[in-house]
Design a protein around this ligand. Structure first.
Ligand SMILES: Cc1cc2nc3c(=O)[nH]c(=O)nc-3n(C[C@H](O)[C@H](O)[C@H](O)COP(=O)(O)OP(=O)(O)OC[C@H]3O[C@@H](n4cnc5c(N)ncnc54)[C@H](O)[C@@H]3O)c2cc1C
Length: 498
């Protein structure tokens, strides 16, 4: 845990910093370079606010050429770079480093092209997730992945974190909805991967970039798939006497071949917090609440509602309400979307975890979490992307009570260990960042980590892009054998002819 400020630097360090700041001002003239300590405070953390660090300097480029020149400059002088979008990451991915340039992409905020015929939009990486839907909805289109932070988070950050949201169960994560990107490598080379077309030649480097957490390149343009809004969408609120019964209902819905547009679960503390905050009409006398959205044409939705109601009843549901209007559907979702800030109202602080498990393990993991909650003496509120098995336990603590933050962190680590133990993974959508970096060996052995680092080496052999994130220890590219990529493709030796 870090509460660092700028350390007292020696004369040589100060002179080097002044030189770098001066050179950045040449590359990005005007207001695009921030080096005053008070102004840099706005950038000292991301959504994982327990970690704070002032950067060497903040630079806000406006053009691809500027990004390319900055990266080339830093690469040649061995200067680290941390890319940043809107700074909403919950795993510390955009946390500055004291000796790194913080490259903030928020001025890349233009929609470049909307192509309804090809169902694609080309946008700059600083455009917000919701900004894409806002730009296309007048023609009945939308961008499907919808993180709860969508009003603020950037599409560049979404690509870097492979972000998800309530509608990703049916429509896929960011990786499934990005068709192409333009990115700048650490040596300044500008590379394009994919495009408006459906498939690309060669290795799936676009897939490699999805969830790469700012370690491989800086995204400067994104082509996304846009979808036509379904004719009808209705949501059901279904209450259960226990999380186990709700969990079984989720498994049975999927098992019946129904893929809802969204399927979310909240436990009692989360239900009460959200209802007190948003007044969404949630039933308060249940232990678990499912929000199930069904979309498609009218008849299909009516049929699916009947099928889901029957499955819910068989699993012991005590209450089931179906939205009767678009406004009511949105109100049902408003509580879930505001669940994190709602929990923030009932506890001085909360620590949001993100792990994924096979759906059928939910009862076991919930029971394990209850035991851990007693062991650590800290309450936990649970919000799940239930259909995906992606858990977001919110551990409630008070940072002003000495030792409680450390306890919350240890509790969170134990939850993630439990996820891995039942066959799940350390993160569903929030990334590894600094938060889960030291837990990586729980999931990957040395050989796995070396292979992942070889990919990093192919893009950034000098380890200058967002170092200290994701990998628990630095594995030098020289030791692993270097690979270089050129123009978006891994080079291969000529195949000898026989
Ligand atoms: C209240 C709240 C709710 C949230 N809900 C969800 C949710 O439902 N689903 C979900 O998936 N996440 C959620 N998040 C997490 C967060 O919003 C996402 O991870 C989001 O994608 C981060 O985008 P950003 O623009 O803020 O990126 P940042 O936080 O600025 O950066 C995140 C990572 O992306 C890298 N990066 C940013 N821009 C670029 C770029 N142009 N090129 C290369 N690398 C880049 C950074 O280096 C960093 O590693 C939530 C966060 C909050 C605070």
């Amino acid at each position: 845990m870090s509460g660092l400020t700028m350390p007292k630097a020696d004369a040589a360090t100060l002179a080097r910093r002044a030189e770098i700041v001066g050179d950045m001002r040449i590359i990005v003239p005007g207001e695009g370079v921030v080096d005053a300590v008070n102004s840099m405070r706005a950038f000292e953390s991301d959504g994982l606010t327990a970690y704070r660090q002032l950067p060497l300097v903040v630079v806000l480029p406006e053009t691809v050429q500027q990004v390319s020149r900055i990266l080339k400059y830093c690469n040649e002088r061995n200067i680290k770079v941390v890319p940043r979008g809107s700074g909403t990451s919950l795993s510390g991915g955009a946390l500055p480093l004291e000796d790194a340039v913080l490259l903030v992409m928020s001025r890349f905020n233009r929609i470049l092209d909307i192509d309804f015929a090809n169902r694609a939009a080309v946008v700059q990486p600083g455009v917000t997730n919701l900004g894409i839907t806002n730009a296309v909805e007048q023609e009945g289109f939308y961008y499907a992945p919808d993180p709860s932070s969508q009003i603020a988070c950037s599409i560049g950050g979404n690509v870097a974190e492979n972000s998800g949201g309530v509608h990703c169960l049916k429509y896929g994560l960011t990786a499934n909805n990005v068709l192409g990107i333009e990115m700048v490598l650490m040596d300044g080379e500008v590379v394009r991967l994919g495009g408006k077309h459906l498939d690309s030649e060669g290795y799936d480097l676009l897939g490699v970039m999805s969830g790469s957490e700012g370690l491989l390149g800086v995204v400067t343009e994104v082509t996304v798939r846009i979808l036509q809004k379904p004719e009808t969408a209705r949501a059901l609120l279904i209450g259960f006497p226990s999380s186990e019964e709700a969990g079984q209902c989720v498994a049975d819905i999927i098992g019946a071949g129904i893929i809802p547009g969204g399927m979310e679960m909240m436990d009692r503390p989360a239900i009460h917090a959200a209802e007190d905050f948003v007044h969404a009409g949630y039933p308060l006398d249940c232990e678990a609440l499912l929000i199930v959205e069904l979309d498609g044409c009218g008849d299909e939705v009516d049929h699916l509602i009947g099928a889901v109601e029957a499955i819910a009843l068989k699993n012991g549901s005590t209450v089931c309400r179906v939205s009767q209007s678009e406004q009511e559907r949105l109100v049902f979702w408003a509580g879930r979307k505001a669940a994190f800030p709602a929990v923030g109202r009932i506890s001085p602080d909360y620590y949001c975890m993100d792990g994924t498990i096979p759906r059928k393990e939910l009862p076991k993991v919930l029971a394990g979490m209850r035991e851990l909650s007693e062991k650590y003496g800290l309450r936990v509120a649970n919000v799940f992307h239930a259909g995906d098995g992606n858990l977001h336990p919110l551990i409630l603590y008070d940072a002003n009570v000495p030792g409680e933050l450390e306890k919350a962190e240890e509790f969170g680590s134990d939850i993630l260990r439990l996820c891995v133990k039942v066959g799940g993974v350390l993160t569903g959508e929030h990334g590894v960042g600094v938060e889960k970096r030291d837990l990586m060996p729980e999931m990957f052995n040395e050989i796995d980590l070396d292979q992942q680092m070889r990919v990093k080496c192919a893009f950034d052999p000098n380890h200058l892009l967002n170092p200290g994130k994701v990998f628990p220890q630095l594995r030098r590219c020289a030791e692993l054998g270097r690979m270089h990529i050129h123009n978006g493709k891994l080079p291969f030796p000529d195949i000898p002819r026989f």
